[in-house]
Write a protein that binds this ligand. Structure first.
Ligand code: ADP
Length: 600
């Protein structure tokens, strides 16, 4: 499928044409940009095959540049566009997957403009022009915020008054398309599934942010309500005490608008050194300029603090990936950020770091041989990722909505052989009791107690057969009763999970593996095909028939041979939806089939 991608910023237009033959097989047929609009003209650069041309063009502003794109493509013999993908900066909390840009969706995006006053209007301008030029092609929006909608409430909630929170004051996070792409690229370079890795993605461009990608899902990121929070950037301040607003207003008589404009446009590297360009700042620092040296130290120190914070948030880190103009090109900045993190197993090989020269989409590893944490450098490819997501979304089968039985899982444990011996005595075998609907699974006649620092849960069910690793599944409410913060995890994803004590008649067993199980649908290959579902997909499931019906978003589809089709939720979720026995849910048409990672 041939896809045109627009990335319209406040002062530049980047666009590209991609051919997607499959998720891992996307090539770029054309790359173009228009920027530095002034005096009725702008600078352009077009790359097509071996051809690389640049110069000035007579387009006075962004709309004129967008309108010129069809002619540019025609001149370069780029035909056969089948869909248009648009980068949309802010999707609020309503878009967790690519969306068709119809009138209703555009109105919803427009309503988010106050949250992204510089970015969303430019994005929408590109959509308007593209819809006029290609009225018959699907126009899809891919949102910078979408990847972060998996962040837990403790990461997204500001501790501010309730009416403010109701008005939408929360952390969203940005650069999602980039973080998602580079995290996948890093997993690929390591030859491990993304779902088994704790990755910190460090995007250092003109805008900059860090993201904790925990087992394939964004868990936290350094940008917040707006792209202003977090790291030091080219012209943006990053973290500043919010008390500064009142202080500056009272002491310097500055208006809110003036303060905000300065934090966006005159701060960061520019505020510290007068230049927003890291190459200049590094050159000046090397020549002895004290302001430039301090700026570099502040920049690296802030980033290093986020690495430590996100390693703590995820209970460890397996890989750090650097990207963006600075992350990709500045060996000295990568070194400054990583220096001092040896205590957490992160150590660079300085020769490998120094030798990085990215040419294409390679992802070299630059950690020292004995280091526990991999460090990877790779080029970000937001437009390519947008093309992949648009193609995957358009190609995804539309599920045939059919009723799916909903099963409510009470708290339970899966035990290893070692745990059974510790709890019930050497050589003990559990007694299979009631068979479960998933073939081969049963509830044992025995029970155990789970003990945490705050309380105990007695007579907890044990589900067989035995597993290689003990896994304890509780609800969020249970985790408060225990006094342990259990993460929401897919079954089997246990690294970094909290420890807890199990108590049986013969003794106790201390183990990690305490989780709140992520809701999921079990199904088999035949029924998955009939419903248009694929393994690893995230879908929305509506519960209508209950007293407090609601739609569960981001339900993971797990396809296994012989599985009985049903959705598993926990008791908190069942209570929230007022679900009793024999309840059924429906995959919501249209909203369903969120491809997890562009692989469909
Ligand atoms: P954007 O966020 O606008 O896409 P980029 O990702 O291109 O920006 O990053 C731009 C930043 O990368 C600038 O600060 C630039 O100085 C910096 N940069 C590019 N090359 C180098 C280099 N070799 N050394 C240090 N910084 C570099």
């Amino acid at each position: 499928m041939r896809i045109l991608v627009f990335n319209a910023g406040s002062s530049s237009l980047k666009f590209g044409v991609f051919d997607t033959a499959g998720p891992a097989d996307t090539t770029q047929a054309f790359k173009g940009s228009f920027e530095r609009f002034r005096d009725g003209g702008c600078a352009y650069r077009f790359q097509c095959g071996e051809n690389d041309e640049s110069g000035t063009a007579p387009h006075a502003d962004l709309p004129a540049a967008i309108a010129a794109v069809p002619g540019v493509l025609q001149t370069h013999d780029i035909t056969g566009i089948q869909a248009v993908g648009h980068r949309i900066a802010h999707g609020g909390d309503g878009f967790d997957a690519p969306a068709h840009l119809d009138e209703e969706t555009l109105a919803r995006i427009e309503a988010l403009t106050p949250l992204a006053p510089l970015h969303n209007p430019a994005n929408l301008e590109a959509v308007r022009v593209a819809r006029k030029v290609w009225p018959d092609l699907p126009q899809m929006g891919v949102f910078d915020t979408a990847f972060h909608l998996t962040n837990p409430a403790r990461a997204t909630t500001y501790a501010v008054p309730e009416p403010w929170r109701r008005a939408g004051l929360r952390r969203y996070g940005f650069h999602g398309t980039s973080h998602k792409y580079v995290a996948e690229r890093a997993a690929q370079a390591l030859g491990q599934p993304l779902q088994a890795l704790r990755i910190i993605s460090v995007h250092l461009g003109n805008g900059a942010s860090v993201c904790a990608v925990n087992m394939g899902h964004s868990m936290d990121s350094s940008m917040g309500l707006t792209p202003l929070e977090g790291l030091v950037m080219g012209t943006r301040s990053g973290d500043v005490d919010p008390g500064a607003f009142g202080y500056l207003h009272r002491q310097m008589g500055l208006s809110i608008e003036a303060i905000e404009a300065a934090l966006y446009s005159d701060s960061g590297l520019k505020g510290l050194t007068d230049s927003s360009d890291m190459r200049d700042v590094e050159e000046r620092a090397a020549a002895g300029d004290a302001a430039a040296q301090l700026a570099i130290n502040i920049y690296a120190y802030r980033a290093r603090k986020y690495l430590g914070a996100y390693a703590a948030a995820m209970g460890g880190v397996d890989a750090v990936v650097f990207t963006g103009g600075i992350g990709e090109n500045s060996a000295s900045m990568r070194r400054r950020i990583c220096d001092g993190l040896e205590f957490m197993g992160l150590r660079l090989d300085h020769d490998r770091n120094q030798a990085v020269r990215l040419q294409g989409r390679e992802a070299p590893q630059i950690q020292a041989l004995e280091a526990r944490v991999a460090v990877i450098v790779t080029e970000t490819a937001e437009q390519l990722q947008i093309a992949r997501e648009v193609a995957a979304h358009l190609a995804a089968p539309r599920p045939v909505p059919g009723p799916i039985p909903v099963a409510v899982s009470g708290r339970h444990v899966h035990l290893s052989a070692e745990a059974v011996e510790a709890l019930f005595g050497p050589g003990y075998s559990l007694t299979p009791g009631k068979p479960l609907r998933q073939p081969g699974n049963w509830a044992a006649k025995e029970r155990v107690t789970i003990e945490g620092p705050k309380g105990r849960l007695e007579r907890v069910a044990i589900l067989g057969p035995l597993r290689g690793r003990t896994q304890i599944e509780v609800s969020r409410t249970d985790s408060f009763a225990l006094g342990i913060d259990a993460p929401v995890r897919d079954s089997g994803q246990l690294s970094g999970t909290p420890r807890v004590r199990l108590i049986g008649p013969a003794g106790h067993f201390d183990t990690d593996g305490l989780i709140v199980a992520a809701r999921h649908i079990h199904t088999n290959p035949e029924e998955a095909v009939a419903m248009g579902l694929a393994d690893g997909q995230l879908v929305d499931v509506r519960i209508d028939g209950s007293e407090r019906g609601l739609t569960f978003t981001r339900v993971l589809v797990r396809v296994q041979d012989g599985a009985f089709t049903e959705m598993h939720i926990d008791t908190d979720e069942a209570n929230a939806a007022g679900i009793g026995p024999d309840c059924e849910g429906e995959v919501v048409p249209g909203l369903a089939a969120h491809p997890v990672d562009g692989t469909g």
